[in-house]
Design a binder for this molecule. Structure first.
Ligand code: 3PG
Length: 210
């Protein structure tokens, strides 16, 4: 299994989860994130302009890893690949979707929230997962417990993570990076505020590896 998703998740402690409602001023948003030293983002497929946004920013910001989130099925996977995304993220997963990503050799971060889901994807060779929704599914205690049966599995927890608890999550041995929408909430946002949030996020203490 290719290791590309690992190389994306290790370049940034925080991956902003972006829901883009308009392409207007999208450059402002991305310039601010880049100035804030963010290296990878997830753009969710939750708005009509999401694919267009992926297409636009993938071309314009080649130094940034642009991933697509809320990828729910094989059709979504093909669309985001065609739009130029460099990886895909899903909130949960089906074997069909996981197999297709492997077949297409497309970097894929499948979502899980329990041990059975991990086991199903382990069978296919996946070893890195999005833990979603992280806080609501049991939080830090839960991810700590997963280390017992799955000592080699790594996670990108997302869902309920914010500026206050991100460091605690990043301090867990089985956490590669965290994802979250707090950097760019729907209602803001000035260039300065996004850049400020991005700088705080990107400078969160580098994870101490075992
Ligand atoms: C996601 O799709 O990963 C989540 O909606 C992000 O969760 P958050 O809004 O709680 O950060």
């Amino acid at each position: 299994m290719h290791n590309y998703i690992n190389s994306i998740l290790t370049i940034t402690p925080v991956m902003p989860v972006l829901t883009i409602n308009t392409l207007d001023k999208i450059e402002n948003l991305f310039d601010a994130l880049i100035e804030g030293e963010i290296k990878a983002v997830e753009i969710t497929l939750r708005t009509p302009c999401a694919l267009k946004a992926i297409e636009k920013v993938s071309k314009k910001y080649p130094s940034l890893r642009i991933g697509a989130g809320t990828v729910l099925n094989v059709k979504d996977l093909k669309s985001v690949k065609d739009a130029g995304a460099s990886f895909a993220v899903s909130p949960g997963c089906t074997k069909k979707l996981a197999r297709k990503a492997l077949e297409a050799k497309f970097p894929f971060l499948p979502g899980i929230s329990n041990a059975s889901e991990i086991m199903n994807l382990l069978d296919l060779g996946y070893k890195i997962f999005k833990f979603f929704p992280a806080e609501a599914s049991g939080g830090i205690e839960y991810i700590k417990s997963l280390r017992g049966p799955f000592p080699d599995i790594m996670f990108c927890p997302t869902g309920g993570i914010n500026e206050k608890n991100a460091s605690d999550w990043l301090g867990q041995k089985n956490v590669l990076c965290v994802g979250g929408s707090w950097l760019v909430p729907e209602v803001i946002s000035s260039y300065t505020e996004i850049k400020k949030r991005a700088l705080i996020a990107s400078s969160l203490k580098e994870k101490i590896k075992n």
